[in-house]
Each structure stands twice: as C-alpha cells, then as structure tokens.
Design a protein around this ligand. Structure first.
Ligand code: ASP
Length: 431
C-alpha cells in the first residue's frame, strides 16, 4: 500500500485536482492520500494558509474571507463537488466563531481541501484531528495515534486525510510547523508500514543545490535519509526535515515526484546514498557566533558544563560547540537566542570570568556526502575552492562520523560560497 501526499501547488486549482485524480487512479495501491491546503496558482497568488494566517489576526476582514471562499468555490463548482461542502466552507468563514483557536482557523485550508478531494476521488474522508495526537511537549504520541488511526481506517479503505494538524490532549487542534503536511503523510506511512511514501510537488525531485542560487542545477536521483535530513535542515525545502525519521525508522522509501510531470523520474530517498562524491550543498543565514576567551579555559573541566547549564536555563539550543586552549566557541540560530542574548552573555562572562564576543551575520553552508572513502579529497577540494574564490571562512565544523562538512561565512558571501562550491565540484561527479 502506498501513502501519497500532494502539496499546495498540486491542489491549487480545479485543473490541478484533475491531475491529482489521474495520478491516484493510475495505481490501485494508492490507498491513502494526504492533502495540503491549496497553494499558489501563479506568482501573484497567496497560499490559502497565508490567507488564513491573515484572517486569524483580522477576523472581521471581509476581503480576506471573500478571497478564501472564492478560491474554494472555483474548485468546488468546477469539479461538481457536493454543494453541502461549499455551504460548509461559506458558513465557516462568513460567521467565523470568535472563540475559534488560531490553530483551528489556520488548519481549515487542509480540512476543506481534503474534504473536497475526498469527494472528487470518491474516497472516504478521515479527519486528522481524530487520530493524530500531540502530547504536552508538542510531539506525536505514536502508539496512541496509531491505535486511534486503525479505529477509523480499515484495511483496504481508500481515504483522504488532511495534513498539517492533529489535536492535543483536550481535543483542540494543534499544528505542525509550516510545510507540515509532509510530516502527517510520513506518520501515516509509518502506521500502515507503507510500501512507499510518495510526496507529489511542483518540481521533479530534489536539486543538489538551491536553483535560485545556481541556474539549472543537477537533480539528485537517489539520496539517503541522513543526507536529506541534513540538507532540508540547512534550507533545501522540498520536503520537511521532520518527515524523514518516521519513514527512516521503518525503512519506507520516499519518492519526490512532480504532479505536473508525473513521467519524470523524481528523487528516491532511502537508506542508500547517491554514487556521487558529494550529494548536495545547502546553506542558510541567520546565525551568530559567540566566543568565550580566557587563558587556559580548557583546564577548567566545569566551564563547558556552566555554559550548557546557562543555555538550558534559557531553553536555548546551540548549533555547534568547539573548544580550544583559550576559548570556547558556540554557534546559535539568531532567532533562538536573540531575546535573551544580553542576559546570557552577561551571566557567562561573570560565571566564567571570560571575555565574551558575539558576532552576527553568520551563514552556514553544509556540504553533504555519505562518501567516507573520499573524505580527505573532499575536504582538500573545499579549501581549494574557497581559496580560489577568495572566500574567508569564519568556522569549519566536521565530525569524522558525520555526513556533512559545515563551513561558516559572512552572510554577504553565502550565495557566492554555495555557487563556487557547486561549480568547483562539477568535475568531481557532483553532477
Ligand atoms: N499549508 C501548510 C503550509 O502552507 C502546510 C503544508 O502545506 O504542508 O505551510
């Protein structure tokens, strides 16, 4: 049995839903379909989820309501979907409940889209709120959710399920982070031990590098779970990084496919890596580095413990930590630390009696490769490329057993670093 998830652009209009039907009907193993909310039909369009976020802050804004209703209306009328569903959409947004939670409002894109798609495909509709349970830490309660799922889903059923949300212990709607329908699909694939999890989107697979930085980059035909988690964490946004583990744990292959070009091969994510020396490169800005300097800081075995204790007091997670004889260096995602940065630096400088220096505008670039055999050659090549392109590094982070080599550069150098590395590795079978 296959679990098949369609992203927002695949569900953006009635003509896209027709393509979806064709794809689903082509293979009788496609038993479970997971739906996102309608996305953009063109560059000027606004995603339904973004309209819902706007509506949540301006609940009486008639213009936003009308826009949302008309987007659904186009799809419902054109596909001759049951008028009761249109009535439900129209009633919900016209008389929006002032006590409705923001999560409920934002989830309605997926909810109504899945209802429409279920009718269009003549599949059963199952609401994710009735089985996908978040615990008090915001994590999915796997066993309880699986049990509840099989009360609603019987073997052999054909069903459509809305992505992006579930419910908490009180039964209130809870959302995953943006792009979270991928995660819904991954959990369901895991519940049913799917033969594969298909993720249909608007590109024919994962690029080895961001196409807005490098023109027409190569596509990755095969990538391992570990590598794609690293790439998506570092900004490659074809699939949500949290959707990989549920499939990886049960060895369920994930296919990234293009709804507009279903014949294209796409990308396979599995335990196997590509044969390339490097699988992909991704990077993002928004980091800062903090250096704690003090003579012989290394000899104080408690110094690292003190740092971590203060960070945990403020619930701040570091991205990486490196230590030398006279300094400790930490990297943070700026948005995770900025609100408590002053207090943390103050406390650290007092507690460790150290000089604390914070530098912003840091970008990290991850060169991802499972290839251990050529590791030294890869590292040598990276530095050669950086030198030839006069790119100064602010940090280098590489653990021997890891599948990525991270380099830190100034924000202004981010795109140049990525494109230089991509071009530099071309003749080493990056493509
Ligand atoms: N509709 C949500 C978003 O735009 C979730 C998703 O598409 O997966 O982020």
């Amino acid at each position: 049995m296959k679990v098949t998830k369609f992203g927002g652009t695949s569900l953006a209009s009635s003509s896209q839903l027709r393509k979806v039907k064709e794809i689903v009907y082509q293979d009788a193993n496609r038993h479970i379909v997971v739906a996102s909310a309608p996305g953009k039909r063109n560059d000027e369009d606004i995603k339904i989820t973004d309209l819902l976020l706007a509506l949540n802050t301006k609940r009486n804004d008639e213009k936003i309501k009308e826009e949302i209703i008309s987007r659904f209306k186009e799809i419902i009328f054109d596909l001759k979907v049951d008028q009761n569903i249109f009535q439900e959409v129209s009633d919900y947004f016209t008389n929006i409940d002032e006590f409705a939670s923001s999560s409920e409002i934002v989830s309605r894109g997926e909810y109504f889209c899945a209802k429409i798609l279920a009718f269009h495909l003549q599949f059963k509709f199952i609401d994710a709120k009735d089985f996908l349970f978040f615990d008090s830490n915001g994590k999915i309660d796997f066993e309880e959710s699986k049990r509840a799922f099989f009360k609603l889903y019987k073997n052999g059923d054909y069903a459509v399920i809305p992505g992006f949300y579930g419910s908490d212990e009180k039964g209130d709607i809870c959302l995953f982070s943006r792009g979270g329908s991928d995660i819904t699909g991954a959990y369901i694939a895991s519940f049913v031990s799917a033969s594969c999890y298909e993720n249909w989107t608007d590109v024919s697979g994962i690029f080895s590098v961001n196409p807005s930085i490098v023109h027409n980059p190569s596509k990755i035909s095969s990538i391992s779970y570990d590598e794609i988690r690293e790439l998506s964490y570092m900004g490659a946004n074809v699939i949500h990084s949290d959707s990989i583990l549920p499939c990886q744990e049960r060895n369920i292959p994930i296919y990234i496919k293009n709804t507009n070009k279903p014949e294209d091969k796409g990308t396979l994510i599995s335990s196997y890596s590509s044969n390339n020396m490097i699988t992909g490169i991704a990077g993002k800005s928004g980091y800062l580095s903090m250096t704690l300097s003090k003579r012989d800081i290394h000899s104080d075995v408690n110094s690292l413990f003190k740092v971590l204790r203060i960070l945990s007091e403020y619930d701040v997670q570091g991205e990486s930590i490196a230590s030398g004889i006279d300094c400790l260096s930490l990297t943070f995602l700026e948005k995770n630390i900025i609100s408590s940065l002053n207090e943390i630096t103050f406390k650290l400088s007092h507690l460790l009696d150290a000089k604390v220096e914070v530098r912003n505008n840091l970008s990290l670039v991850s060169i991802v490769s499972k290839n251990k055999k050529d590791r030294y050659q890869i590292i040598t090549k990276i530095f050669e490329i950086l030198k030839n392109n006069q790119i100064k590094t602010r940090l280098v982070d590489h653990l021997n057993d890891d599948y990525s080599i991270i380099i830190g550069v100034d924000d202004t150098c981010l795109n140049n670093t990525i494109s230089s590395l991509y071009n530099g590795f071309n003749n080493m079978r990056l493509i």
